[in-house]
Write a protein that binds this ligand. Structure first.
Ligand code: IPE
Ligand code: IPE
Ligand code: MG
Length: 249
């Protein structure tokens, strides 16, 4: 156990951590290599984050792996990322099962290559009864797309008489999102020194604590996760109330 891990209060773990895994391209560039080399090395960091979260007892971990906007990248990079996803799913499935991890995917799955969809569905099915960490991979994901999609489906249900317009509130709206049933993230980590959200979980992060790290994603290790959690635990989450109100609850 590292010194840092000891500083974590296990009774106050964030229930759901979301990570914007950024900086693979710059990591490769620093080494005079192609961006794809950065993505390949990012897989080690993914394993560290999943293992670290699972070992601590975090319930949900969402990883932003590919955005809807990332489809605009050079075709060669997209192909390499898709190949990397297939090889990673293949090599990691047994470890996920062994570690009691349940896999879920959020995003515009239909836009992904058929081979990936098939493999993902297989692993989702094989891990569906696992009750350790729930790992949610955001693939071809865009928050505005998700919200617009939810609004469209709510409209359909109103028109068809399945729900009353008056029943639409925040709770109902959440149920039409891809994260239905999953608690909102309590901690959002973004690596690589960028201070933006890049169309990730816009609805769900209304009261999420943000943690920005300068570390480039391929360098991310369990210790970086611990640092983020320790920082999270030092904050006072007020949800609109005053500090005094919280302290006399
Ligand atoms: C994150 O790293 C991985 C994906 C978005 C797929 P980047 O590829 O965005 O790396 P930088 O930001 O260009 O360094
Ligand atoms: C966000 O990173 C998407 C993922 C990490 C998958 P980007 O690198 O695509 O974000 P921008 O373009 O810098 O905002
Ligand atoms: Mg980036």
């Amino acid at each position: 156990m590292t010194g840092l891990e000891n500083k974590i209060d296990k009774s106050k773990l964030p229930c759901h951590i979301a990570i914007i895994m950024d900086g693979n391209g710059r990591w490769a560039k620093e080494r005079g290599s192609h961006r794809i080399f950065g993505h390949q090395n990012g897989v080690t960091a993914v394993k560290e984050a999943v293992e670290g979260a699972g070992e601590l007892g975090v319930r949900y971990l969402t990883l932003y792996a590919f955005s809807k906007e990332n489809w605009c990248r050079p075709q060669e990079e997209i192909n390499a990322l898709m190949d990397l996803m297939v090889s990673t799913i293949n090599s990691e499935t047994e470890t996920l099962i062994k570690n009691n991890v349940r896999l879920l995917v959020i995003g515009d799955i239909k836009s992904l290559p058929e081979s990936i969809v098939k493999k993902l569905n297989e692993v989702i099915e094989r891990t569906s009864l696992n009750d350790g960490l729930t790992l949610i991979v955001a693939l071809s994901y865009g928050a505005r797309w998700e919200i617009a999609n939810a609004a469209g489906r709510i409209a359909e249900d109103v028109v068809a008489g399945r729900i009353e317009k008056e029943a639409i509130d925040e709770t109902l709206f959440s149920k039409y999102l891809l994260t239905s049933g999953i608690p909102d993230p309590e901690l959002l980590i973004r690596t690589s020194g960028e201070f933006r959200i890049s169309n990730f979980l816009l609805w769900q992060i209304a009261y999420t604590e943000m943690y920005f790290s300068a570390t480039l994603w391929p360098d991310f290790r369990k210790e970086h996760l611990y640092e983020a959690i320790i920082d999270f635990q030092s904050r006072e989450r007020r949800f609109g109330k005053t500090s005094e109100q919280l302290n006399c609850d």
